[in-house]
Design a protein around this ligand. Structure first.
Ligand code: 13P
Length: 355
């Protein structure tokens, strides 16, 4: 394991005022998002959409890296340049989703285990050779009266540990993503309790498997009220509960925490990130974003499958990236949203996440 290069990549991914674009939706998930806007999902349309995102003029001011899906990392632009190289030339680090999805956990109805460990070492070597320098693996934890079970936490944490150790062996920075879902009527307090338990279990597994904390990034959920909870916590309360949970459970050696957006409305995800960063408590890690939907929703809508709208799509992504870049520094203001700041902001988006 080359500690220096892993640490250098991790640091570059959380450079001042920057975060990560998660554009690693599986074919199934991106197809559902396209279809909701009546966009035809083909290999070509998916490639055109991803290329539009990656080449948004100026976006590398705020985007340090992009997470791709297997199909995307193998695609090329019209001139035959592979998309990872397109990114690298723009100063954006290519990354890759390497899990193969969350499947039903045997013996534990309603819970999931993320698969993808078989043959992972060889796949990582291949992705490194295609230009990837970091990877992502998402574990999914559901909250209900009975869930999560200790089994679900243990097996998912073990898999995250195995994945992270293999990534570091192969020179890729692992993004460790244990996502506690927002689905359900649970309170913010219950989300905080479960998120803390999950993080504790995950870091135990990373420790047990010799993962170098300095050469990884954590991608957690924020501590929020369940989507169906009748009492939605304020931005300030989310910020406080999230930071308290992270301070209790994330070792200071981890260089960065990059949140997922998890189905939050895009501007709310930005406001939460900003509120966390302006809290006065000490923060031993950089705190930034690795958003999928909260960066892409406006861009996808503006593009709408029509290449005449590429400029509008790119401007929409640039706007979200800029606002989140500012939020990663605690410098975001509503005024940065321009006209959009006058629109009412719903808490959640209509949603699919099948990965
Ligand atoms: P969202 O920000 O849309 O939750 O996506 C982040 C991600 O990478 C999920 O795996």
């Amino acid at each position: 394991m080359n500690h220096d290069s892993l640490q250098a990549t991790a640091k570059a991914l959380i450079a001042e005022g920057k975060g990560i674009l998660a554009a690693d939706e599986t074919v199934g998930t991106i197809t559902k998002r396209f279809e909701s806007l009546k966009i035809n999902s083909t290999e070509n349309s998916r490639c055109a959409y991803r290329e539009m995102l990656f080449t948004s003029p100026g976006v590398s001011e705020f985007i340090s890296g992009v997470i791709m899906y297997d199909e995307t990392i193998r695609q090329t632009n019209a001139r035959g340049v592979p998309l990872p190289e397109v990114c690298t030339r723009l100063g954006i680090i290519p990354g890759i989703k390497v899990d193969t999805g969350a499947k039903d956990l045997a013996g534990s109805p309603g819970e999931k285990i993320t698969e993808g460990l078989d043959g992972l070492r060889d796949r990582l070597t291949a992705y490194y050779n295609m230009g990837a320098r970091f990877a992502k693996w998402r574990a999914v934890i559901q909250i209900s009266d009975r869930h999560p079970s200790q089994t679900c936490l243990a097996v998912n944490a073990h898999a995250l540990g195995r994945y992270a150790a293999l990534c570091q062996e192969q020179g890729l920075v692992p993004i460790v993503e244990p996502e506690v879902l927002m689905d359900g009527p649970h309170s913010i307090e219950r989300c905080g309790e479960i998120t803390g338990h999950v993080l504790h279990t995950v870091f135990n597994a990373l420790y047990a498997q010799g993962v170098s904390l300095e050469g990884m990034l954590l991608k957690p959920n924020m501590v929020v009220s369940g989507k169906e909870c009748t009492k939605q916590a304020s931005v300030q309360k989310v910020a406080q509960a999230t930071l308290q949970c992270l301070c209790r459970h994330v070792p200071a050696a981890v260089p960065g925490i990059v949140f997922l957006s998890g189905g939050q409305h895009d501007r709310l995800a930005t406001a939460h990130l900003n509120a966390i960063n302006i809290l006065p408590s000490p923060k031993p890690w950089k705190i930034s974003f690795s958003y999928g939907r909260a960066l892409q929703d406006a861009a996808l809508e503006a593009w709408h499958g029509d290449n005449n709208n590429i400029k509008a799509g790119q401007q929409a992504l640039y706007q979200r990236a800029k606002c989140n870049g500012a939020a990663s520094l605690g410098k975001y203001t509503e005024e940065m949203e321009g006209n959009a700041s006058r629109k009412r902001m719903p808490a959640h988006r209509a949603d699919w996440h099948d990965d």
